[in-house]
Structures are given as structure tokens and as C-alpha cells.
Write a protein that binds this ligand. Structure first.
Ligand code: AP5
Ligand code: MG
Length: 190
């Protein structure tokens, strides 16, 4: 059983690659963004609190996310590995995840860092905006999300570099070629 984090800027392809990885390696795909969008659709208390932050392209408060994450992890079968998509978004969240995993006798094995230039991220999000109804896929919010990524999320990489589990992936190619690179990384690990 392995536990993986997939990180990278908004629109870099985390969700797309996570779907392929979870199917190929039998991991549960846990996207905090997706979980929040479900909460919003259900008009839950978390959803009502989170929607303003998301529409503005800002991070939702750590405490709210951690509650949602812990609940979801505990609903998974114990033997199941997880791919965390879009979590952690800052160093405090990385520390909280370590604690959460340790308490359950688990650990993070791979931190995948998908690298894409800012303009490609925005391009991909703008293309998706034609068919998605995500409140945060507007040109202004997308640019702000990229900024928030650089300021708050990109520094998380160092946390995992120090642990020796960071794997950088050039995510500018096709969906298939990026997945082949990721498969190679996983094969070496397993
Ligand atoms: P979240 O849902 O995590 O959004 P994000 O990080 O901004 O990333 P996206 O989901 O937009 O993109 P992605 O990397 O998954 O790319 P995708 O595969 O879709 O978070 C949303 C918000 O929720 C945050 O801003 C925040 O407010 C809140 N939030 C979430 N987690 C949080 C946390 N931990 N703490 C605090 N707040 C949190 O691909 C994008 C598009 O490109 C798709 O159309 C896809 O088909 C296409 N595409 C993918 N790969 C390729 C390729 N190789 N070539 C061409 N097109 C491609
Ligand atoms: Mg996503």
C-alpha cells in the first residue's frame, strides 16, 4: 500500500493524472477541492463557509479542511492507499497530514510535483471554463489562484524534498506522456 501526494499549480493536471493513477494503482483519489465542491452543492455548513474563499481563489482555512480530510480518510478501508490531490496547500497542512497519518500508523511515500508554466495553467483552466461551471474558473480568479499557489503552496515542496520523497514531473506534455513518466516513478517505488 502506498500513499501519494500530487501537487502543482491550479489547472496543472492534478485531477486528470490522479484519476489515471488511482485506477492503475488502486488508490483512493482524495481531492480536497472536489470534496469542498460537494459540500457547496449540498449547502452544508462547511460548504456555506467555504464558497466565498473558493470563488475568490483563496485558500479555505486550514482547520475546516483538516476536519473534512480526517473524516474522509477515516471512511476509507484501512488497507487502501490514497492519492491526496490538492492537499497539503501550505506547510501547516503538511505538518497536520503527517500527524494524521502517524496517528493511523501510515506515512506518505511519494510527493509528486507537477511542473507547468503559469501561462499553460491559465490556458488549461480557460479551456475548461468553456464546459465547467466552477465558480473559480474566471480569468481574474485563475490568475489569483496562480499567485496564491506561488506564495503559499509551492514552498511545501521543500518540506518533502527534505524527507527525500519529492519527485518532479514535467507536466507540459500530453496527458498520456505525463502519465507514462509517473508510471515509471511508481514502478521504481513498488
Ligand atoms: P482544487 O479543486 O484543488 O483546484 P486547483 O488546485 O486550483 O486545481 P484544478 O482542480 O483547477 O486543476 P488540476 O490541477 O486538478 O487540473 P485538471 O486535471 O483539472 O481547489 C479549488 C479551491 O478549493 C482552491 O482554490 C481553494 O479555495 C480550495 N481548496 C482546495 N483544497 C484546499 C486545501 N487543501 N486548503 C485550502 N483550500 C483548498 O486539468 C485542468 C484542465 O486541463 C482540464 O480541463 C484537463 O482536461 C486539462 N488538462 C489536464 N492535463 C492536460 C494536458 N497534459 N494537456 C492539456 N490539457 C490538460
Ligand atoms: Mg483538480
Amino acid at each position: 500500500m502506498i500513499n501519494v501526494i500530487i501537487s502543482g499549480g491550479p489547472g496543472c493536471g492534478k485531477g486528470t493524472q490522479s484519476d489515471l493513477i488511482s485506477e492503475r494503482f488502486q488508490l483512493a483519489h482524495l481531492s480536497t477541492g472536489h470534496l469542498l465542491r460537494i459540500e457547496i452543492a449540498n449547502f452544508s455548513e462547511i460548504g456555506r463557509e467555504a464558497q466565498g474563499y473558493i470563488a475568490a481563489g483563496n485558500l479555505v482555512p486550514d482547520e475546516m479542511i483538516l476536519r473534512l480530510l480526517a473524516k474522509t480518510v477515516d471512511e476509507l478501508p484501512v488497507s487502501h492507499g490514497v492519492i491526496f490531490d490538492g492537499y497539503p496547500r501550505n506547510v501547516a497542512q503538511a505538518e497536520a497530514l503527517d500527524k494524521l497519518m502517524e496517528e493511523r500508523g501510515k506515512q506518505i511515500d511519494i510527493f509528486l510535483d507537477l511542473q507547468v508554466p503559469d501561462e499553460v495553467m491559465v490556458e488549461r483552466m480557460m479551456k475548461r471554463a468553456q464546459t465547467s461551471n466552477r465558480s473559480d474558473d474566471t480569468p481574474e480568479t485563475c490568475r489569483h489562484r496562480v499567485q496564491v499557489y506561488h506564495e503559499q503552496t509551492a514552498p511545501v515542496k521543500d518540506y518533502y524534498v527534505k524527507k527525500g520523497i519529492c519527485q518532479t514531473v514535467d507536466a507540459t506534455g500530453t496527458i498520456e506522456s505525463i502519465f507514462r513518466e509517473i508510471e515509471k516513478i511508481f514502478s521504481k517505488m513498488m
